[in-house]
Design a protein around this ligand. Sequence first.
Ligand code: SF4
Length: 446
Amino acid sequence: MDQPARSILYITLGCAKNEVDTDRMRSLLTAAGYAEAEGTDDADLVIINTCSFLASATSESIETTLELADEVHEGVRSVPIVMCGCVPSRYGADLPAELPEVAAFVRTDEEDGIVSVVDGLVGIDRGLPAHVPEVKRIVEGAVAYLKISDGCDRFCSFCAIPYIRGRYHSRSAASILAEARELVAGGVRELVLIGQDTGIWGQDLPEDAQGPRNLAQLLIAVAEAVRPERVWIRVLYLQPEGMTDELIGAIRDTPEVLPYIDIPVQHCCERVLAEMNRSGSEAELEELFGRLRREIPGMVIRTTYLVAFPGETDEEHDRMLRFMDRIGFDYTSVFAFSPEDGTRAARMACQIDEEEKLARTQEAMDLAEQLGFAATAAHVGERAEVIVDGIEETDEGPELIGHAWFQAPDCDGAVHLDAREAAVGDILTVEFTDSFCYELVGHVIE
Ligand code: SF4
């Protein structure tokens, strides 16, 4: 049949995992003949991929959808909106009545069927049985998130993700490696491996599965698969228990794998961790981070502190601040506890009042900034490679922006380059001449 000449506007909220899901839907729809719209003006349909990790993220998803509905229903044009992702997964049955502005809701586990949903809304009948074709993922830019698993089995008492995304399931090594090769062949220069819990990748694979069996082996296999191209490989969202000797060795000894890790500890106190349904103790975490810094030269560590978990005492909060300071995390995300519907922590007694929560959150953010700004400034005077990410318009004209190996894309700051001409994806050698907050100024050497 003729290709449908319809355009779709994609809006992604939330984390990198959602970006991967949007890429997948975009690829399926592009393979089915849909174009990508630049904005609502030239869109025939809007897909909004939502986040529901926290109550605030759910609110933002709904507000964005309602603002969009106002925009696309103005005047004579009326553009259908499809809401995908975590909000429909979490609140599915309640949504049609609550959000009549939305034409269709698609849960995360239904997203492979996006083409038939969109076809139905724009009035295309392909006359073919529904099937999900193998599609090449379409990615713009030099960085691609590579999802290695989905779901989570940990059931931390504050977190709704296992209810939204389902139980943990590893993606097969063969499909991860094939996608890694495709992405790199398409110009990607950094692969960021993600999942809700990357450290346990492989544990649920069948006994007779061929190839890599754990994250360490997977990292080596991805590096081998993309050689001889020059590619950076980074791992995010690793729970502390996932850091094994074998993984430390793989990070240290595989040149493509960056000495950078994101381990969201949430807290350091054993009592709080137990209430969170997490394991470990301050001493064990300290030993882990000390070992990483000793055994992997230049190791950069990102973490997360969930502030004001129910029952967190002043002393426990202070202990966590002292712990952050002692470890000297390069980057720390700070979240205030939010009682999420359906989670055990939302029903716990000893909820901390909002004023106290705000005060503790501010204190933690101040410390995180102090540590992060100092870690950034420590790179001034160094030379390192920087991947060019794009051009930003500034008051002084266009400015080239990139990120260094110690900066995870989209979250750790950027490098502002003094060169005027370079292509997205170029890897430049840069000397850092100055820093401000999490940002660095880089003089291009070559
Ligand atoms: S490890 Fe805990 S916080 Fe992370 S997704 Fe799983 S349940 Fe949520």
